[in-house]
Design a protein around this ligand. Structure first.
Ligand code: ADP
Length: 401
């Protein structure tokens, strides 16, 4: 059984072809600059980056893009399959499923209609995801496709955690509520955490910290998301690379007034000029900020302190939300690799039974426990694998057809 996983962005397509029978990634890659001059595909067959190939060509739209990906998979030299029919199913990452999708689904006409309706809530992401589905329907009409949503895992969040303190009519009229994102990643690492602890998810209280360019923290109780730091948009929670995280909403009209900003301009400041970049003035990449901080840059040091403090605060809040905590998981670029930032976040969490082992914490990108032996609350680094989770959901649904 072979499953092609696609993550279609507005100008890029990331892909992985899984052989689910042998549990291996047969090929992976990314096609960038769709619809822009200089489109190029980086294709890695057999998980070996030494055999990486770069393919250039004109890629005006996603249909041509997916054709290029399929051609790379079929190629005589760097291909990994002999016939397109070998692909048994396609799994798509879809960013927003609103309140309509609390699980993954086989895509049919009705689902497509609902996907279009959800686009209003994610105008930058869903249309590109949908274009990818439509391109596949055209190129491989007989192959089943599955939609796996970033928001689905958080549909179990109870209403007291998803309703904002706004007039209720805005929830009814526009669907303004907490949705949460990175759900596939949180679900994956929580499952892995339970496996590593040798316990069923039912009974465990886990805080999962997905810290990449975008960051979110989730409270996972009995295998279900019960609260999460991202909300209606992808900006709330701890500060991120360029996003402001939680701020006092009073700042918004104040700034619009003082700086004569329209909503679009303000949005740009909150999403693209804030966070690590905004505070440090150095950059949005954690490595750059850490380097500047080590060199004595005070604002870079402050950005790190704010980042760590906000993360620590959410871990504490979610321990309270769940009535306890059994494990903390760090994942995504910063969570998997940021040795010193993990140390900063965990400082002062000993009262929750979470004691970091400084020696064990010297790891990057490995699935490993980093808490002191015998600590009541375990701390783990678990590399995320959203693609594998999408492939597993796809396989499950297609096998049940
Ligand atoms: P995205 O959200 O775009 O998928 P990633 O999960 O790849 O992002 O995470 C990107 C972040 O990970 C960047 O801030 C980067 O600096 C950080 N990162 C990568 N390697 C390291 C490292 N060795 N130490 C600290 N941060 C790192």
């Amino acid at each position: 059984m072979k499953v092609l996983v696609l993550n279609c962005g507005s100008s890029s397509i990331k892909y992985q072809l899984f052989d689910m029978t042998q549990n291996i990634v047969m090929a992976q890659g990314v096609l960038e600059r769709i619809g822009i001059n200089g489109s190029h595909l980086t294709h890695i067959p057999n998980g070996d980056s030494a055999t990486k190939v770069e393919i250039t060509g004109e890629v005006p739209d996603h249909r041509v893009g997916i054709q290029m990906v399929v051609d790379a998979l079929l190629d005589d030299k760097h291909g990994v399959i002999a016939d397109m029919d070998e692909i048994n199913a396609v799994g798509h990452r879809i960013v927003h499923g609103a309140e309509r999708f609390s699980d993954s689904f086989i895509i049919n006409d009705e689902i497509m209609k609902t996907l279009h309706e959800c686009s209003e809530l994610a105008p930058l992401h869903n249309p590109a995801n949908i274009t990818g589905v439509e391109a596949c329907s055209e190129l491989m009409p007989d192959i089943p496709q599955v939609a796996v949503f970033d928001t689905a895992f958080h549909q179990s969040v109870p209403e007291e955690a998803y309703i904002y303190g706004l007039p209720y009519r805005y929830y009814e009229k526009y669907g303004i509520r907490r949705y949460g994102f990175h759900g596939t990643s949180h679900k994956y690492v929580a499952q892995r955490c339970a496996l590593l602890m040798g316990q069923p998810e039912n009974g465990l209280k886990i805080v999962t910290c997905h810290l990449g360019n975008g960051c979110s923290i989730t409270a996972v109780k009995n295998g279900k998301s019960v609260d999460t730091s991202l909300g209606f948009g992808t900006i709330a929670g701890p500060i991120m690379g360029t996003r402001c995280g939680d701020i006092d909403p009073a700042i918004i009209p104040f700034l619009m007034d003082k700086e004569e900003l329209n909503p679009h301009e303000l949005n740009n400041i909150l999403y693209k000029e804030s966070g690590l970049l905004g505070i440090s003035g150095v950059g949005s990449d954690m490595r750059d900020v850490e380097k500047a901080a080590e060199g004595g840059n005070k604002r870079a040091q402050l950005a790190l302190k704010v980042f760590a403090y906000m993360n620590r605060k959410f871990i504490g809040a979610y321990a309270a939300a769940m009535g306890g905590i059994d494990a903390i998981v760090f994942t995504a670029g910063i969570g998997e690799n940021g040795i010193s930032i993990r140390e900063m976040i965990c400082q002062g969490l000993e009262f929750l039974g979470a004691e970091l082992d400084l020696e064990k914490n010297q790891v990057r990108g490995q699935e490993v426990e980093i808490s002191r032996d015998g600590a009541a609350t375990k701390i783990f680094v678990i590399p995320t694998n959203e693609e594998l989770m999408i492939a597993q959901d796809t396989l499950k649904l297609v096998q049940a057809l």
